[in-house]
Design a protein around this ligand. Structure first.
Ligand code: PGA
Length: 243
């Protein structure tokens, strides 16, 4: 299984980041989980050096490789300091104006930089008419626009309903099971049979109390964890629940 640990804008210092990484390594030692740590960009180089058997992702990239984009970083730059994955289209980036087209361009740029994209999709709210399915489909289609069929395995889809991020509880496993089937259908439409092997993750308010249940009954290939990944006690409990 995949476990993406999205530290978001945590912790406060480089020293704390080193300590958190050490705790993460210890908590997941001897487990068969493929754990991907996504630290703030300033810590990526250091974390990549000390990662051990963990993998490292950058939380966002610019669509271009270099240029006049103050404050941004590119996939090539992240790759050059050891990042292996890039989160793209996280709800908190979309909330700052990242569009579906931007996501598509960034996915292409991630491949050009030899980073595996972790594409985040998810609707803002649910409605009785099922329009949210259309939203997710549009997000997926835009993200995959420049992705050739050969890349089905070098791609991770993280479904994160915006209403379940930073909330008190995750979405129900039953609802996730439905989404997994729906996303798989979309992947099949794009990749054909190869789309069966693209990992689908769930993210949104996962902790030790919900992780195992979501893995078992949500039919997912892994989890994307926010808050519980940068809190050492919660992280230890999470690892215990999953291993
Ligand atoms: P959360 O965040 O686990 O704190 O809800 C998930 C995410 O935004 O990736």
């Amino acid at each position: 299984m995949f476990l993406v640990l999205n530290w978001k804008m945590n912790p406060k210092t480089a020293k704390e980041a080193q300590a958190l990484l050490a705790h993460t390594k210890k908590a997941l030692a001897r487990s068969s989980i493929t754990a991907i740590v996504a630290p703030p960009a300033v810590f990526v180089a250091d974390m990549a050096k000390k990662k051990g058997s963990l993998r490292v992702a950058v939380q966002h990239i610019h669509a271009e490789a270099v240029g006049s984009h103050t404050g941004d970083i590119s996939g090539v730059q992240a790759r050059s300091v050891g990042a292996q994955y890039a989160l793209i289209g996280h709800a908190e980036r979309r909330a700052q104006g990242e569009s579906n087209d931007d996501v598509g361009a960034k996915v292409a740029s991630a491949y050009a930089a030899q980073l595996v994209p972790i594409v985040c999709v998810g609707e803002g709210a649910r409605d009785v008419h099922g329009h949210y399915l259309e939203t997710v489909k549009e997000q997926l289609e835009a993200a995959l626009r420049h992705v050739p069929k050969t890349k089905a395995k070098q791609l991770i889809i993280a479904y994160e309903p915006v209403w379940a991020i930073g909330a008190t509880a995750p979405m129900s496993t039953h609802e996730m099971h439905e989404m997994t089937i729906y996303i798989r259908k979309c992947l099949f439409a794009h990749f054909g049979k190869a789309g069966m092997s693209t990992p689908i993750l769930y993210g949104g308010s996962i902790d030790s109390t919900s992780a195992a249940d979501m893995m078992q009954h949500g039919e997912v290939d892994g989890l994307l964890v926010g808050r519980a990944s940068s809190d050492v006690e919660k992280l230890k409990e999470l690892a215990r629940a999953l291993t």
